[in-house]
Design a binder for this molecule. Structure first.
Ligand code: ADA
Length: 589
């Protein structure tokens, strides 16, 4: 079953995957001009990217998906989407939902999970239609022509859930390290779809131990026509002095937590997740995990594959993580957007430290839709992925306008949104403005994208450039970056797979290996560098009209250590050697 997670979030709540073959038609092939298609001339498997269908490799526009769902009683239907690329409008029996968390069943941004509620559906069969649009233009500030591809489709899993009139909407788990050991802060958010104020009992089970949180009272909903009409209430408990093993990359111990909601007849809903007991913070120039300094070594990874687009099946995710593990990595940055939750589940299970960031790569802050779209996507990311122990820091706004006062206002707002939703993790952003950056004081960790030896200078300049930057950073001139941990969040070179040259020139596998060897030798072993993420894991497709396409042979970003089919380039063994050497040197200290 293609589910949203690598485990079952529900055993009481009825859940059905809507994976399978749906009716499908692209706008230009419609044979009618009705509001919704009367005819569908194709079928498509959900989840998938439509670019994987012959003839649609480059399709950018609107398309329609249709399936049918059966309901049996008075319960509300909650459609949970892992991700639709990049804009979705949902219709049931030809009409937009009368209510819902997302107004009119509308959602923007391919990379955040979302849901829509249908209440008052009579028992029987219902037509479910999803209109999907992956076009660029004034309607889209985050999905733009870029150095990665915006695919089209229902590209992540989708589930149909039946929820009672009061149900568990979210479960937030925050491990707390204390002198006595570990505590767990548990917050349960419920929603009320009924017409009256309601009271329910809530229990929490941590593995085999049950804790009674007590009663939760939730008001009657507001008027139905407002998009966020459901009434919401939260309850909270701190489970103290827990006998648990800590979570680290080497020991990824996870514990199952399950919230159960009861009415006077018995259990009516549930929500399960996992938690790893770990704390993460910064201390001077160090990033501490469970009080011990971290040394992060890994990659930037796009969700991209020549056979699947961005709709990567979980088996292929496991392969990517197995390759990262073979390389000796403990760190992965979800450049440049929130990832499929199954990938994050695997990082929790296999023990990877994750920098997850909301969706932005060099976007235009003056776009009329920018603030609304980045703020919404950032909230959705933190709320949906809050419980992942593997996420040790939140990022945002990669290589955006952090060198102007106007841009600083956006960084301040977005970083503030993150910190307000989650004070338990440090924040960062990847800067390419370097000594012109005005925003390093707004984040907990200073991260810089540096391509010395590729875009500018030579390999001999890597060390000196870094020293110059660190001298400036740890001075009063760095607008608040002084004394903070530093991550080299991007560095690398392109190497065309199979292009072997004795001249070791640029674009050759040898040239790429040489630059990565020298970069890693410096970045992984510098006492004032807490982490390094190579750009990038694999070669990825870019959009046809990206402004710098001329620097992208094959219309691909070719800086992968493996190519798009995950075939290792010459640099693979160089990276592996450098990571293991630095790890051994660390252990010998
Ligand atoms: C930037 C950007 C990456 C990629 C990289 C490159 O640092 O953040 O997305 O475009 O440059 O390959 O040049």
């Amino acid at each position: 079953m293609t589910s949203l997670r690598t485990f079952n979030e529900h055993t009481i709540r009825p859940v059905r995957s809507l994976a399978g073959r749906w009716d499908f038609v692209i706008e230009s092939e419609r044979a009618d001009s009705e509001p919704l298609p009367a005819y569908y001339n194709r079928t498509i498997y959900v989840p998938s990217a439509w670019e994987t269908l012959p003839g649609l490799e480059n399709y950018r526009g609107r398309a329609w998906f249709r399936t049918y769902i059966d309901t049996f009683g008075s319960e509300a239907v909650r459609l949970a989407f892992g991700g639709v690329s990049h804009t979705a409008d949902v219709y049931i029996d030809g009409l937009p939902p009368a209510c819902g968390r997302t107004e009119r069943g509308h959602h923007y941004d391919a990379f955040t999970p979302w849901s829509v509620l249908f209440t008052d559906l009579p028992s029987g069969r219902h037509e479910l239609v999803v209109a999907v649009d992956n076009s660029f233009g004034e309607h889209s500030a985050l999905h733009i022509e870029n150095d990665y591809y915006t695919y089209g489709g229902i590209t992540r899993p989708i589930e149909m859930q039946l929820v009672p009139d009061v149900f568990i909407d979210k479960l937030f788990l925050t491990p707390i390290q204390t002198d006595a050991g570990w505590s767990l802060d548990v917050r349960v958010r419920v929603k009320n779809l009924s017409e009256q104020k309601q009271t329910r009992r809530v229990t929490i089970r941590l593995e085999n131990t049950e804790y009674h949180i007590g009663e939760i009272e939730v008001d009657a909903p507001r008027e139905r026509q407002s998009p966020d009409w459901q009434a919401t209430a939260e309850t909270h408990i701190v489970l103290k002095d827990l006998e648990v093993l800590p979570w680290t990359s080497e020991t990824p111990n996870l514990y199952r937590v399950k919230a159960v909601l009861y009415d006077d007849r018995g259990p009516v809903d549930d929500f399960a997740d996992r938690v790893g007991f770990r704390s993460v913070c910064t201390d001077g120039k160090k990033i501490l995990l469970n009080g011990r300094p971290l040394h992060l070594a890994g990659y930037n990874r796009h969700e991209d594959h020549p056979q699947f687009g961005n709709a990567i099946p979980v088996e292929a995710m496991v392969t990517d993580l197995a390759i990262l593990r073979d390389l000796g990595c403990n760190f992965v940055r979800t450049s440049h957007y929130p990832n499929d939750q199954r990938f994050l589940d695997l990082c929790d299970e296999m023990g990877f430290y994750v920098w997850e960031e909301s969706h932005a790569r060099t976007v235009d802050f003056s776009h009329p839709k920018f603030a609304e779209q980045i703020d919404t996507s950032t909230v959705e990311m933190v709320e949906a992925h809050y419980n992942h122990s593997s996420i040790i820091m939140w990022g945002c706004l990669n290589e955006c306008e952090s060198n102007t006062e106007a841009g600083k206002e956006h960084y301040k707002r977005v970083l503030g949104i993150i910190k307000k939703l989650d004070a338990s993790r440090p924040t960062t952003f990847a800067s390419d403005r370097h000594q012109n950056d005005l925003c390093f004081g707004l984040a907990d960790i200073v991260s810089i994208n540096v391509y010395t030896g590729w875009y500018k200078g030579t390999m001999d300049d890597i060390g000196p450039w870094l020293e110059d930057f660190l001298t400036w950073l740890h001075s009063p001139d760095s607008h608040g970056g002084e004394g903070k941990p530093v991550i080299i969040s991007e560095f690398g070179a392109a190497g065309l797979y199979g292009n072997r040259q004795r001249t070791r020139g640029k674009w050759s596998e040898e040239g790429q290996a040489d630059l990565l060897r020298e970069s890693l030798r410096i970045y992984l072993n510098h006492p004032d560098v807490a982490g390094a993420a190579i750009w990038q894991f694999c070669d990825v497709r870019i959009t046809r009209n990206w402004q710098h396409w001329v620097a992208r042979p094959r219309l691909m970003n070719n800086k992968g250590t493996v190519d798009e089919y995950r075939r290792p380039k010459l640099c693979y063994d160089v990276v592996k050697e450098q990571i293991f050497q630095s790890r051994n040197a660390e252990h010998e200290k």
